[in-house]
Write a protein that binds this ligand. Structure first.
Ligand code: NDP
Length: 248
């Protein structure tokens, strides 16, 4: 039997990068994967690929800025698979900018997706986990959740927030809840994330970290997530910080 057989995992932001690689990795270890994102065609393709590999997957459209859409994902997953075991709250954006350039709409979007979207995802799944007395919440913070970079103030704030709310949740849960919380903190990973940057000065400042062959691959982060969620129930991997070897 595979380590995640009979487990169900919801992955937000599964249409590209880390979310997509994680969905594939979880499915290969036997999980039913509910792959969600706004770009439904992409999660549909991903689910088809998982099924072709012999896995089980359900694609659902979900914008994490809409709490009702996240609640619907959890409802549909419970009806289809009888419960949810793992939430990977991965959806995120990184429209870096210097604050003096006043990309205010992007600041607000970062808060809406990276903080409120994670909160809505946790709010949707937590009642199920508390009722089941089991569950695993994986959140995507970042090296930017531990260290500030010029041009990254708002993004860093969002990733500091993800760390704070994840660790705070872990501390509030009692051992009898049997709910685990893992914070993943990647350094530079080659994905589509840089595509959300519209400020050339901010982009220039981080380009050096994102070089093919030097930066991490989405699969490297998927492996870390897989490690955390395949530990025995008494092991709660609280935090994993992963930098590319060359990154300071
Ligand atoms: P990608 O841009 O490749 O993927 C981001 C995913 O988030 C996409 O699937 C996108 O799907 C989804 N997303 C964005 N906005 C929303 C929304 N409103 N509702 C639902 N889904 C949304 O980036 P990564 O894979 O790199 O990023 C994944 C996570 O990892 C993010 O939280 C990011 O901050 C974090 N991270 C990334 C690092 C990196 O260097 N790449 C480093 C550290 C952390 P769609 O547009 O279809 O909705």
């Amino acid at each position: 039997m595979k380590p995640l057989s009979r487990k169900t995992a919801i992955v937000t932001g599964a249409s590209s990068g880390i979310g997509q690689a994680t969905a594939l990795a979880l499915a290969r270890e036997g999980a039913n994967v509910v792959a969600t994102a706004r770009r439904f065609d992409r999660v549909e393709d991903l689910s088809r690929r998982i099924e072709q590999e012999g896995g089980s997957s359900l694609p659902l459209r979900c914008d994490v800025r809409e709490p009702k859409e996240v609640e619907n994902v959890v409802d549909v997953a419970c009806k289809r698979f009888g419960g949810v075991d793992i939430l990977v709250a991965n959806a995120g954006i990184m429209p870096l900018s210097l604050m003096r350039h006043l990309h205010v709409a992007e600041w607000m979007a970062t808060v809406d997706v990276n903080i409120k979207g994670v909160l809505s995802s946790i709010a949707a799944v937590l009642p199920v986990f508390l009722e089941q007395k089991s569950g695993h919440i994986v959140t995507l913070s970042s090296v930017a959740g531990r260290k500030l970079f010029p041009g990254s103030a708002v993004y860093c704030a969002s990733k500091y927030a993800v760390r704070a709310l994840s660790e705070g949740l872990r501390m509030e849960l009692s051992p009898s809840d049997q709910i685990r919380v893992t914070i993943i903190e990647p350094g530079a990973v080659m994905t589509e994330l840089l595509g959300t940057i519209t400020d050339p000065e901010a982009l220039q400042g981080i380009r050096e970290n994102f070089q093919e062959g030097k930066a991490l691959r989405a699969e490297d982060i998927a492996s870390a997530i897989l490690y955390a969620v395949t530990q025995p129930p008494h092991v709660n991997v609280n935090e994993i910080l992963i930098r590319p070897t060359f990154q300071e």
